[in-house]
Design a protein around this ligand. Structure first.
Ligand SMILES: Cc1cc2nc3c(=O)[nH]c(=O)nc-3n(C[C@H](O)[C@H](O)[C@H](O)COP(=O)(O)OP(=O)(O)OC[C@H]3O[C@@H](n4cnc5c(N)ncnc54)[C@H](O)[C@@H]3O)c2cc1C
Length: 417
């Protein structure tokens, strides 16, 4: 067990922190690790944890240029669900959803997973056909998803306006009851603590600036702002920055980086019981345990590394939220921010070996990778340890961009949160 001074714990509790993440000091890097993971988000920290726990590989370092969870892990709207259309997606997201159910116990850290149900609104005939297709495909595959009439949708989420005269009329909804939310930064802290308890080094404030390769072309380590650190294998999981990092080893990955925004309201008493998404108008909403409405937008369409995003995107989102939930029209917004998502041409993730020996990549989770965190981390650890993809992630390798056998979840879902 880690030891804290009583005063430090009290001080951090008053600030609203658990104290653990604030008192972290990164260890001095060793000369060489068996595995270096680049990126201290949930996926990278989780992969380090599963390398240690399931594969007995503990000589591992996670190198993070900022602070733990300061990337998209701590910036997202925390929607968790597994009702995707294609088998490649259902496999990994359902694997992940099952892991969420037990994650707090596994990490001995409360990640506040809350299966309050995720409801996807249908506004048009096309929406209805698409969602019914999802419902049938999911149920045939053993994943829960059900169709609700507008009245049933309102029963499940009373603030919803189902009037036929509404600006965005609702003709039904798809509901995954096991879907929900979790506390995003707790996921990073939980994995970091559990990994370091097993001997993993988590090295913050250290940017990877290069990947060094040996005479046979295989990786031998990384250049960082704290000097060279040796590694037999390198796993890259640096959402939004993966193209830049992979280019350090002369590997091109089919990704582009776009901002994605979210915002929260002033805190209110519990009023919103579930998660609601509207893919057609690109708005989604839930209420955090602190009482804030958590609202997310569609992707900014331009390529950028900005962690803010364009004003017109969120004003459109707020317009849509106020149309669908008129009850919130006078609520004040408190904070807005953006994250950098990395997006593939088919909007499905990549988890793959690369042409460079010892270099592995986990990327392209775009707007929907938070829900994948435990499953993705678990399968990425398998890939790195065994040098072959796990069967649940076998459809997500880089080969599909050569063969043209794309997963194409984007075309199926229109939005991928
Ligand atoms: C506004 C928003 C809303 C979202 N909503 C949802 C949602 O509701 N549900 C959902 O499932 N997903 C959602 N997502 C997507 C989700 O947040 C991400 O897919 C997921 O968190 C990615 O996790 P990660 O660990 O791969 O990346 P990150 O948490 O971004 O971690 C990558 C880390 O790599 C570090 N890094 C980068 N370059 C370097 C370098 N050179 N050296 C060292 N470290 C480096 C970064 O600092 C960062 O901390 C949303 C994203 C955003 C931005």
């Amino acid at each position: 067990m880690r030891k804290y001074s009583v005063f430090a714990v009290a001080r951090e509790a008053l600030r609203g922190h658990t104290g653990w993440e604030k008192q972290w000091t990164s260890p001095e890097p060793k000369k060489e690790y068996d595995v270096i993971i680049i990126g201290g988000g949930g996926h990278g920290l989780g992969a380090a944890f599963y390398l240690a726990k399931e594969h007995g590989i503990t000589n591992v370092a996670v190198i993070e240029k900022g602070w733990l969870g300061g990337g998209n892990t701590g910036r997202n709207t925390t929607i968790i669900r597994s009702n995707y259309l294609y088998e490649e997606s259902m496999d990994i997201y359902e694997h992940s959803l099952k892991m969420w159910e037990n994650l707090s116990q596994e990490l001995n850290y409360n990640v506040m997973y809350s299966p309050r149900g995720v409801m996807m609104l249908s506004h048009t005939v096309h929406d209805k056909q698409t969602f019914m297709r999802h419902v049938h495909a999911n149920r045939l595959y053993g994943i829960d998803n059900e169709w609700l009439t507008p009245e049933q949708a309102k029963d499940y989420c009373p603030p919803l306006d189902i009037a036929a005269s509404a600006r965005y009329p609702i003709n039904g909804a798809a509901l995954q009851r096991r879907g929900g939310t979790a506390r995003h930064d707790a996921v990073a802290w939980g994995y970091a603590r559990a990994a370091t308890d097993r001997g993993v080094h988590v090295i913050q404030n250290t940017e990877v600036t290069g990947i060094r390769r040996g005479p046979d072309g295989a990786v031998i380590g990384v250049e960082t702002t704290r000097g060279f650190i040796g590694a037999k294998k390198i796993g890259v999981s640096a959402s939004g920055h993966n193209t830049a990092i992979m280019s350090m080893a002369d590997v091109r990955v089919p990704l582009h980086s776009n901002p994605l925004q979210a915002l929260v309201s002033e805190p209110m008493k519990p009023i919103f019981p579930c998660v609601v998404m509207s893919n057609t108008v690109h708005a989604y909403i839930s209420q955090s345990d602190k009482g804030e409405l958590v609202i997310g937008a569609g992707t900014d369409q331009y390529v950028s590394y900005s962690q803010t995003g364009g004003l017109q995107i969120i004003t459109h989102t707020l317009d849509a939220i106020c149309e669908i939930f008129p009850i919130f029209r006078r609520v004040k917004m408190m904070r807005q921010w953006g994250g950098i998502t990395d997006n593939t041409p088919d909007r499905s993730a990549i988890q793959s070996k690369t042409p460079v020996k010892g270099l592995y990549v986990n990327c392209g989770w775009g707007t929907g990778g938070f829900k994948a965190t435990p499953g993705s981390a678990h399968l990425f650890a398998h890939l790195i340890a065994r040098d072959e993809p796990h069967k649940l992630a076998a459809g997500l390798t880089l080969d599909r961009f050569r063969s043209g056998r794309l997963v194409d979840e984007a075309a199926a879902a229109a939005v991928a949160h």
